[in-house]
Write a protein that binds this ligand. Structure first.
Ligand code: SF4
Length: 482
């Protein structure tokens, strides 16, 4: 029985509409990204090296930077809360809403909220959350999940959204993205004032002056943040920069890498609740700093993955993600960085993450438990071509991490029948020239012809070149024959 991941991959590969819209969107984003960096005077390698150095220095100095940040924020009246895991974060937010007599909240784009399963957890506690990010709003209407860290509804085509809006918003059908966007904005903005709590995510916090930098593509998040009396911001323990200049530089790198924008659509900088005499700002500001497995990762070879600034550029260039889309990866983490983080970060159990009989059991990679064994197959979704590392604005060596996670999976002793068969066959074929000859003949016949079912599944999932008619050795011998 295939693993849940392989089943999702097979479904994605069978969906030609999804593959077409995914490929189009990824190519467009990649073009915009390239053009945006090409126009700068500073060469890309220098920018990448500067961003990488900033993130690594912050990870090296994390305890001090976090303490400095906390001290600055507490001074200005921010309630700073440390959450060991998603459950602790959720309990705090639910208790806060209940204490303030609120049963609704708004939520802006927050991969961290997705990681800890915040919306469903709050719904179970009787608190209904409305997503304000346009992509998240579409997904909420469609009861769907995100496929990209920056553009959560990337997998939805214009036709999908038109049908959805006709069904759920009673909107006359149109494929005009502007008209659809205006209608959604109109509905959403009408709702914003009735919510007392806004939940958002810090893109990066600056330790030097305690500034919390929030970014969004459109103004909804910003309007909601200005209207809501209580603002709750989530941040991972890794999302801190030493200075505000570094935080803004990294936010620029992320927006250029995501969609070629020189700055995000909207940048909000918050340093505390509104003071007496301030014209606007939240009445209460709560910062929930979430660990959820990150501090354990810091002491491992995978620590660099925490340098990620969530731009999604690795998704847009990955030849595998471009084919299968982000949703095939499961809930929350997607793309090459998702394939690294998903097995290593503890997440809320959901139906699709419940271990099955065929789930690879928890294993250890360099002493790290794979916290989410249902995601242990995700590192297989890569050609290890290195394109993700080339475009990553903070230079994370994703291919090397994916390779290590594959090793960990093999060490768990559950590579699967097909993997074992293919490896054994390769060993046999390369053990001596006679076997190599036989294997060549067999491959020539079988790569296009009939083949037993387990190997057929392996073959059909790959683009394998047809072997040459003759081995190089034979052609060489013929050529040099007197
Ligand atoms: S790993 Fe790099 S390219 Fe991928 S989302 Fe993170 S920062 Fe962007």
């Amino acid at each position: 029985m295939p693993s849940p991941f392989k089943t999702r991959v097979a479904q994605a590969l069978a969906d030609s509409d999804l593959r077409t819209s995914q490929a189009r969107a990824s190519s467009r984003l990649q073009r915009w990204r390239n053009a945006s960096f090409d126009e700068l005077e500073t060469p890309w390698p220098d920018l990448q090296a500067a961003a990488a150095a900033s993130r690594r220095a912050a990870l090296d100095d994390l305890p001090r930077l976090l303490q400095q940040l906390e001290a600055r924020l507490v001074q200005r009246g921010v309630e700073v809360v440390w959450a060991e895991d998603g459950a602790a974060a959720f309990r705090y937010i639910a208790a806060l809403a209940t204490a303030r007599g609120l049963d609704t909240a708004l939520r802006s784009r927050s991969p961290l909220a997705e990681e800890i399963g915040l919306n469903p957890a709050l719904a179970e506690a009787g608190i209904q959350v409305t997503n304000t990010n346009f992509g998240d709003y579409i997904l909420q209407l469609a009861e769907d999940r995100s496929s990209h860290p920056h553009f959560p509804a990337l997998h939805q085509s214009a036709a999908d959204v038109a049908n959805l809006f006709e069904r759920k918003l009673d909107m006359p059908k149109t494929l005009d993205p502007q008209a659809m966007g205006s209608m959604a904005r109109f509905r959403l903005r009408r709702e914003l004032p009735r919510h007392g709590m806004m939940i958002g995510q810090v893109a990066l916090a600056a330790a030097d002056n305690g500034m919390l930098v929030l970014v969004s593509d459109a103004g909804e998040d910003r309007i909601a943040a200005s209207l809501a009396r209580i603002q709750v911001l989530l941040m991972g323990i890794d999302q801190v920069a030493a200075t505000v200049d570094e935080a803004l530089f990294l936010a620029q790198m992320a927006s250029r890498s995501a969609a070629g924008q020189d700055m995000p659509g909207a940048v909000t900088m918050l340093s505390g609740p509104a003071r007496a005499g301030d014209p606007d700002g939240p009445g209460e500001l709560h910062l929930v700093i979430v660990d959820n497995g990150r501090s354990a990762l810091l002491a491992t070879p995978f620590r660099d993955a925490l340098a990620c600034i969530g731009c999604g550029a690795c998704h847009n260039v990955c030849p595998v993600t471009r084919e299968i889309g982000g949703q095939a990866y499961g809930d929350g983490y997607t793309g090459p960085i998702g394939a690294v983080l998903a097995p290593l970060i503890a997440r809320a159990p959901t139906k699709s993450r419940r271990p099955t009989r065929d789930t690879v059991p928890p294993v250890t990679a360099a002493g790290i438990p794979l916290l989410d064994p249902t995601a242990a197959d995700l590192p297989l979704a890569s050609t290890l071509c290195g394109a993700c590392a080339d475009v990553c604005p903070v230079g994370i060596d994703l291919p090397e991490m994916l390779r290590s996670l594959r090793e960990a999976r093999l060490a768990a002793g559950r590579p699967g029948l097909v993997d074992n068969t293919v490896r054994a066959a390769f060993r046999w074929a390369t053990s001596n020239p006679a076997n190599y000859h036989r294997a060549h003949g067999w491959l020539q016949r079988r790569l296009t012809g009939s083949i037993a079912p387990p190997l057929r599944a392996w073959r059909d999932g790959r683009d394998l070149p047809t072997p040459a008619d003759k081995l190089f050795r034979d052609r060489w011998a013929e050529r040099n024959r007197p």
